[in-house]
Design a protein around this ligand. Sequence first.
Ligand SMILES: Nc1nc2c(ncn2[C@@H]2O[C@H](COP(=O)(O)OP(=O)(O)OP(=O)(O)O)[C@@H](O)[C@H]2O)c(=O)[nH]1
Length: 447
Amino acid sequence: MKLTGQRQLIILFIQWLLVTTCLANEPVNKADKLLLSVNTTANKNTVPPLTVINKLPINAQLLPLITELNKTNINHQQIDIALAQFTLSKVLLNAAEQYLLLVAQALLKESLFNQNNHSSEVIDSAESSEHNAQIIMLLQQADKLSEQISIEQLAQPAFLQLHLLLSEHYARQQQYDLAYLEQKAYLKKYNIYRKNKRLNMIESLEQSFEVQSKKANNILMENQNELKERRVVEVQKEKSSQQYNFILIICTAILFLLLFYRQLRVRNKLLTLTKTDDLTGLANRSALFEQGEQMVNNFTHQPEELSVLLIDVDHFKQLNDKVGHHLGDSALVVVSQLMKETMRSRDFLARLAGDKFVALLPFADCNKAKAIAMHINKKIAHYDFSSLMLPNTITISIGVITMNDKQISFDDLLHGADLTMYQAKAQGRNSVVCYKNIVASQERRVK
Ligand SMILES: Nc1nc2c(ncn2[C@@H]2O[C@H](COP(=O)(O)OP(=O)(O)OP(=O)(O)O)[C@@H](O)[C@H]2O)c(=O)[nH]1
């Protein structure tokens, strides 16, 4: 009874171990699924596949055979043929493949045995013991190959089955110590398998995170570059717009200045025309009075003297009648030019009307004015006008007046000059008469 109790305890312990390890025996549990999904995601994100160090290559047809053997309904004959082909194959199998082949043979044997004894209620103990021994022998052979296989590969589910099978068959042969050791070996390798899975998963997650992080950084840099490029384009546009506006402003300013300058020239020309005599180009009557009044005003407040000459061409009516009005105009032009040439630069010459001219001589006393008048008179009298189809000589009469009285007006001065000029005419023309001489002669007549 005591022995039976101990056996039952050992069987219960083994069953508990089997239940705890059953989850690990599943080819794909929750952790595997998670790992698979991570690997799939990582592969999609072009993460390099996980690499297992020192892993021996395994024939692609061997692993599906082992998966098939773990199912309930198996075509034993087909699998047996496939395994026989592997065994008889001339291709040299490596340690891992030999290991799995032996495990597969053990699984096939186990499956066949179970199928054969499924219907019979009483199992022959001798036959069962022999079957167990054969299975154990196959699995022990496989276990010997473990030395040539890396621990990471041995921790794979397909390889781990060896320990579970061995443990089960040791237990069946009541070798509980060995069964316990196999369970222990199984758990140890299973933990390695889980640990490796976890590490791989962490590594995969890290790689995935790194890739995502790099992608995010790349997108960020691309956006920043795009932003910079847009900013550069905007700055260039702003610069070209500023340049365009600047050029527009400069052009407008130049145009405005040109128009202003043209307007100023037209205005000055018009102003000059309004003050110029058409025929001779000298100042006209209006300009004469303007300039004369201004000069008289200036000389009212200073000691220097201002003299005025009134010049009239002698017998101009006769000349007009003789040579015609047109040539008479030419004579007036030449006479005015000769007078202008004789004047000082500071003097002012104007055409008063018809054949009458007025010269304003600033800073010229009576003597100086008379000298200038005499000079003009001689110059015209000695000029040969015959080249202009005019009479050889043309003479002029000049009346000279000096502004002795500081209170005198320009009109009075002009009137005095006119009187003096008529005195010169009266004396026989081609002569110069000063106003003070008229006054003296008048004074003598009174006496
Ligand atoms: N060709 C020409 N003749 C003019 C012009 N203006 C006035 N005359 C003429 O000039 C003449 C001036 O004559 P007066 O000054 O009165 O007399 P004069 O013949 O010069 O004789 P005295 O002055 O006494 O020597 C007139 O016959 C006017 O018709 C002009 O622009 N051109």
